[in-house]
Design a protein. Structure first.
Length: 386
């Protein structure tokens, strides 16, 4: 039986331009998540920790940041837990690689042992004899792969060990979605590999699947790298057990602090902008990313400026986004039949609102809704004060 902890996409040192002044705090949260990963590995007494790429957000990091990671790896060394790291697309193993600049194994006190291994194009695998496992991690010296790392890969005749585990930073091929990704593999290639387990990185949301007889998974980022990654925050505890074809058990474990909530509020019940601010303030949480949407039919007297609401509440959340997707109420007793100026106006503007929403352009959608409200009033003879 082999017990391993699978993580990826820690992205230590990420800039977090979308978080402004909170970027430094989020970088610290990412490091804290890595500490939590080590804590979990030690507490669970796993045999092996796998890092499937992008441990670092780039190859340019201050030495102190690398030393902090080496200190955590040293804790694993002291617990006799082996660690295997694969380069990603952010910390790619090119001429400027951080793994060339710093010897993580030496910094972690693992010189002359197999307790810390960084795979590279010249050393794409490691045979951990004590654990009876070979970890395979074919990778390249360029960010964009010249071919699939699983092209022609098949371990069925490799009898060096009882277990074979893959470790890759790559996207699963999805036509029209991942064509432009730097490293792409297919589920057919995963099935043909005959691996017992394939630990993947690159997708920041936890995803688990089976191809042929091979179990594969993306652990996801242990802390979100972008604030819309609501399936981030996990690592995977994986157990491979049994003779012949192994029984694989995959368990998600939470290590990140960030939480997400999507909230819909009926415009008819909001009351006023101060009322909305008070209602949202009741959910204040420094670890929460809150996406609040105002929906339904908006009373004419409701005057909201969502930017002001976000500014008022910004320091009470990790991040808050407020979007007004409500629609104005038609003037009382007025219909908008097809073929009339009013009907054509409403039809055209509602179509533009739908397009803006589909493009996730909340500002444009909000402006168009206001155009719709004011236009309805003007075209039905109502007075409008701007």
């Amino acid at each position: 039986m082999l017990r391993l902890l699978h993580t990826a996409d820690v992205h230590l040192g990420a800039r977090h331009a979308d978080l402004g002044e909170r970027a430094v705090a989020q970088r610290e949260r990412q490091f804290a998540a890595f500490v939590a990963i080590v804590d979990l590995a030690v507490a669970e007494k796993v045999d092996l920790v796998l890092v499937a790429g992008d441990l670092f957000d780039s190859n340019v990091q201050p030495r102190r940041s690398v030393e902090r990671i080496a200190a955590q790896l040293k804790r694993l060394v002291e617990a006799r837990i082996r660690t295997v790291i694969a380069p990603g697309t952010h910390d790619v193993y090119d001429r400027a690689s951080i793994y060339r600049a710093y010897d993580l194994a030496a910094m972690a006190g693992a010189v002359g042992s197999d307790l810390v291994t960084v795979l590279d194009p010249d050393h794409p695998e490691v045979h951990l004899k004590t654990l009876d496992v070979v970890v395979h991690g074919p990778c390249f010296a360029t960010k964009r792969a010249p071919r699939s790392p699983l092209e022609g890969f098949d371990i069925s005749k490799d009898d060096r060990a009882g277990l074979h585990v893959g470790l890759l930073h790559a996207a699963l091929a999805i036509p029209g979605q991942t064509d432009a990704d730097d490293v792409v593999i297919t589920t057919d290639e995963i099935a043909a590999s005959q691996l017992d387990y394939l630990a993947l990185g690159h997708w920041h949301s936890t995803t688990i699947g089976v191809a042929g007889k091979t179990h594969y998974a993306y652990a996801g980022a242990p802390e979100p790298v972008a604030v819309d990654q609501d399936r981030a925050g996990n690592v995977l505890l994986v157990t491979l057990d049994g003779e012949g074809r192994k029984k694989v058990t995959i368990e998600e474990r939470k290590v990140g602090r960030t939480t997400f909530e999507r909230l819909e509020l009926d415009a008819a019940t909001v009351g006023s902008q101060p009322d909305l601010i008070a209602a949202l303030a009741g959910r204040a949480d420094p670890d929460l990313v809150l996406d609040a949407q105002i929906i339904g039919v908006r009373p004419d007297e409701l005057d909201l400026v969502t930017d002001e609401v976000e500014t008022e509440l910004a320091d009470r959340f990790l991040r808050i986004r407020v979007r007004d997707r409500s629609v104005p109420a038609p003037p009382e007793g007025v219909a908008a039949p097809p073929g009339t100026v009013l009907g054509a106006f409403i039809h055209d503007v509602e179509a533009q609102v739908a397009e803006a929403e589909a493009a996730d352009d909340a500002d444009a959608a909000g402006e168009l809704r206001e155009v719709l409200r004011l236009g309805r009033l003007l075209l039905t003879g109502h007075e409008v004060t701007l």
